[in-house]
Design a binder for this molecule. Structure first.
Ligand SMILES: *Cc1c(COP(=O)(O)O)cnc(C)c1O
Length: 397
């Protein structure tokens, strides 16, 4: 069978694969501590479930408009005005099958063969693959702990060529958890404007921030950057609605119309009654978001303390999302070797940094209960100690 060339260039999602392996081991009775999941462990809040059940009873089971339920588009526009200071109306919004699909729609809507898309690494696994599927060229700009894994204005400027079309920014970031400050965003926005690029701001973790960090949308920093900004987000992370598959893309009407055209011939509308759950999420009380955030904050602190107590691992403290990204450089192992052996020997699942373009790191999700965090970090400690007599020694010197 000869498959299309576009498929050959694409790497399968390592995060989904490892998560599936961990879940399968657990199902077969193995005592696995998994930190691989990119999803909250909380159930979807009750009032959101109730709204979707009601929608089913009300017969909201038919095709709807490809761009989404008008009331949901309106509620998203209002949220963007109220929370983010972005002056969008319903016509600036398309409802998509999750935040992942909103980005995919965007790539198909704006990328021509050979167009370049600037992606800082460590990056979310799907960005480069989506760009490739759309015929574009991902231009990866490596960042490190020294710059808190943030792309600098000089790096962005240097990566721009006449082919550059789009810059992807993700704050709070998966996998680094870092949150860009308003001043940092302003400096990047100036470069986007000066070079007449588009920027897509993936803000799916905007509600999950800690220690007083502030979330600012780059598009709110002035009229010129506003015209060039797309916001991608969804309900999965803040409302624990990963399986519902509801997200959105917001931006200039011309691009939203193009994305709607694509959806009209591919997925049509997002599941109708799931959209009614999403309406309840936005229109209802936001207390559920805050109580999940508080639980994440506590787990973040525990996991951070436990990891930094392990000789040979070091970890920066991120302000957002629900991930830690410790460096394993001192162990001398590649991230895949590390994660394979850890799963094999200690039954702990986490994601090798190579999946995010960062082979010196491992990603742990703290979207899991405190007991698993404590047991898992003990096992991680044992594993690292078993591998690294030399690390312990160099610490003592
Ligand atoms: C989870 C996630 C998304 C979107 O997830 P959906 O389930 O498709 O809504 C987008 N970007 C990042 C960085 C994510 O971690």
């Amino acid at each position: 069978m000869k498959l299309a060339k576009r498929v050959e260039q694409v790497t399968p999602s390592l995060t989904l694969a490892i998560d599936a392996k961990a879940k399968a081991l657990k199902a077969s009775g193995v005592d696995i501590c998994s930190f691989s999941a990119g999803e909250p462990d909380f159930p979807t809040p009750d009032h959101i479930l109730a709204a979707a059940k009601q929608a089913l009873d009300d017969g909201k089971t038919r095709y709807g408009p490809a761009a989404g339920e008008p009331r949901l588009r309106e509620a998203i526009a209002q949220k963007l005005q109220k929370d983010n200071g972005l002056c969008f109306g319903a016509e600036n919004i398309i409802v998509t099958n999750g935040g992942k699909h909103s980005l995919f729609d965007l790539m198909l809507a704006i990328i021509d063969a050979g167009d370049e898309v600037i992606i800082p690494s460590p990056f979310w696994v799907s960005y480069p693959e989506m760009v490739k599927l759309a015929g574009g060229i991902p231009v990866i700009v490596p960042t490190d702990e020294k710059s808190q894994f943030k792309i600098t204005p000089a790096q962005l400027q240097q990566a721009i060529t006449p082919k550059t079309k789009l810059f992807i920014i993700n704050s709070p970031s998966n996998p680094t958890g870092m949150v860009y400050t308003p001043a940092e965003l302003e400096a990047l926005a100036a470069i986007v404007v000066a070079n007449d690029l588009l920027v897509v701001s993936d803000e799916i973790y905007e509600k999950l921030i800690y220690d007083g960090a502030q979330h600012v949308s780059i598009g709110a920093l002035g009229p010129e950057i506003y015209e060039r900004t797309l916001v991608s987000s969804g309900f999965a992370k803040a409302y624990s609605m990963t399986g519902w598959r509801v997200g959105w893309l917001a931006g200039p009407v011309e691009i939203i119309r193009a994305a709607t055209l694509i959806q009209g011939h591919s997925t049509s509308n997002v599941c109708t009654f799931a959209q009614w759950g999403a309406i309840a999420a936005l229109e209802g009380s936001q207390d559920c978001v805050e109580s999940m955030r508080v639980a994440f904050a506590e787990r973040r602190q525990s996991m951070f303390d436990l990891i930094n107590a392990i000789p040979g691992l070091s970890c920066a403290k991120p302000d957002g999302a629900f991930y830690l990204l410790p460096s394993i450089a001192q162990t001398g192992m590649t991230s895949l070797e590390f994660c394979d052996a850890l799963l094999e020997e200690q039954k702990v699942a986490l994601i090798p940094g190579i999946a995010f373009g960062a082979d010196d790191f491992i990603r742990l999700s703290y979207a899991t209960d405190m007991d698993t965090i404590k047991r898992g970090m003990e096992r991680l400690d044992k594993f690292v100690r078993s591998r690294s007599g030399s690390i312990g020694a160099s610490r003592i010197q």
